[in-house]
Design a protein around this ligand. Structure first.
Ligand code: CU
Length: 215
């Protein structure tokens, strides 16, 4: 009991220590389905050495299309469009142009406060692919360039200014392979329901027999 408690306390301590490092620029969700629209929330965790944040610029990486930024009260919005870093094969068509950069500026976010900057986007790619969004955070004259992308197998938390990233999960419209797991559950559920029905029918039959015998 004592050991468990100290293990839990050690864990909480590690979490508390890890939080400031992870709070640079957060990105949610951390997993997205390929090929369907998602809302991405970039969370600014702090300013620059105590200075308030005055602009946030997100670079749209390859494989990301249909980008629409959410305007924010008190901030100007600037959207750059042009040729995409690489053409996107979107099933029936190729996407070659789109939004390449989104910048909110002219606002002021205190160092001690936090806020989210959001875009709507569709991300193309294969399951397990990592997608990183380089973010430049400016605080007047100073800035944080959250643009470091981890090498294969490298922990992003080891980087001083990591670019926020996410992973592509199972495709949204997977109608063959993805459903086999569900079928197994359905079959087990049906089998269980069937056997319990058979059992209650048997119980009913035996109680009826009992009644008859009692008559
Ligand atoms: Cu930080």
């Amino acid at each position: 009991m004592k050991m468990l408690r100290s293990a839990m306390m050690a864990c909480a301590l590690v979490l508390a220590l890890a939080l400031p490092a992870m709070a640079h620029v957060g990105l949610e969700p951390s997993e997205v389905p390929a090929g369907s629209g998602v809302t991405l929330s970039f969370r600014i965790g702090h300013g620059c050495e105590g200075q308030p944040t005055t602009s946030v610029s997100i670079q749209i990486p390859g494989g990301v299309a249909s980008v629409q930024p959410f305007p924010k009260a008190g901030w100007d919005l600037d959207v750059e469009t042009g040729p995409l870093p690489e053409p996107i094969d979107a099933g029936d068509r190729q996407i070659t142009e789109g939004v390449t950069n989104v910048t909110w500026s002219g606002g002021s976010l205190e160092d001690a406060h936090t806020d989210v900057f959001q875009i709507r986007a569709t991300i193309y790619g294969d399951e397990g692919d990592a997608v990183f969004f380089p973010v430049v955070q400016r605080c007047g004259d100073t800035e944080h360039a959250w643009i470091a992308i981890p090498a294969d197998g490298q922990d992003p938390h080891d980087l001083e200014e990591p670019a926020p990233g996410l992973t592509i999960a199972v495709e949204a419209d997977d109608d063959d392979g993805g459903s086999s797991g569900l079928n197994v559950f359905a079959i087990v559920a049906l089998a269980l329901a069937g056997s319990s029905m058979a059992m209650s029918a048997a119980a009913l039959a035996s109680s009826r027999n009992g009644e008859k015998a009692g008559d």
